[in-house]
Ligand binder design. Structure first.
Ligand code: FPP
Length: 224
């Protein structure tokens, strides 16, 4: 059975779900947050150590201001209400991406990261204002500045994911088969599952089904 140490998720489909069932994209984001909560609980039950969630890409800034504000407001409320509880559950929160938000959100993110930084049960990496291409370019720039050699090891240690093992499993919901500039380097050998359901409709049963399938795959990393 394959070990499962790190699950990464592209949580796609909130907007479509919201429009279909509530006539509002933002209602989809609200419902998406409920799915996040359920998936965090199930990740702990499955004894998985790392969960990386793609919550906002560098390309998502193209969205209408109203939707962006709603998303960040959801996140602020989540951090205010849930940081203490995450901490009690021994969960560490880490932000991947550039923390260039409102002073209020930047501060809340820093507080949550700092408070939970020593926790060991589950590390949640929240990819926010994250784009893999710019992460890679910055890593190459750093290697050049340090006059170091270009190697896999040096590249990996200059990524924002340094000290985080590569994902074993990537799940993308929302019936779309693309990576959307997410962890392009880190996903080189991950098992990828594209799920038809929209993120708010994705449930614990669906998650466990994918985990079971993942565990039964023969992973040979280029070997036979
Ligand atoms: C993609 O769906 C989802 C996002 C851009 C935001 C993800 C946010 C959440 C799941 C809720 C907030 C999470 C936290 C941690 C506060 P989409 O809007 O691109 O859907 P579409 O493809 O149907 O338009």
């Amino acid at each position: 059975m394959n070990p499962l140490n790190h699950v990464a998720i592209i949580m796609d489909g909130n907007g479509r779900w919201g429009l279909k069932y509530k006539n509002s994209r933002n209602a989809g984001h609200r419902a998406g947050l409920n799915t996040v909560e359920k998936i965090i609980r199930e990740t702990i039950k499955n004894k998985i150590n790392f969960l990386t969630l793609f919550a906002f890409s560098t390309e998502n800034w193209k969205r209408p201001r109203k939707e962006i504000d709603y998303l960040f407001n959801l996140l602020e409320n989540f951090l205010i209400k849930r940081t203490e509880d995450l901490h009690k559950q021994n969960i560490k929160l880490k932000i991947l991406g550039l923390k260039k938000f409102s002073p209020k959100l930047n501060k809340l993110l820093n507080i949550s990261e700092k408070k939970t930084s020593k926790n060991t049960k589950l590390q949640i990496n929240l990819a926010l204002n994250y784009g893999s291409k710019s992460e890679l370019i910055n890593a190459f720039k750093k290697i050049k500045k340090d006059k170091a050699i270009i190697s896999e090891k040096n590249l990996s240690k200059n990524l924002q994911t340094k000290n985080i093992p590569d994902p074993d499993l990537l799940i993308r919901t929302g019936n779309t088969k693309r990576l959307s500039n997410f962890l392009l380097w880190q996903l080189a050998y991950s098992e990828i599952f594209f799920e038809k359901k929209l993120w708010p409709a994705f449930n614990v049963k669906d998650y466990n089904k994918i985990i079971r399938e993942y565990r039964s795959i023969k992973r040979n990393f280029g070997n036979i």
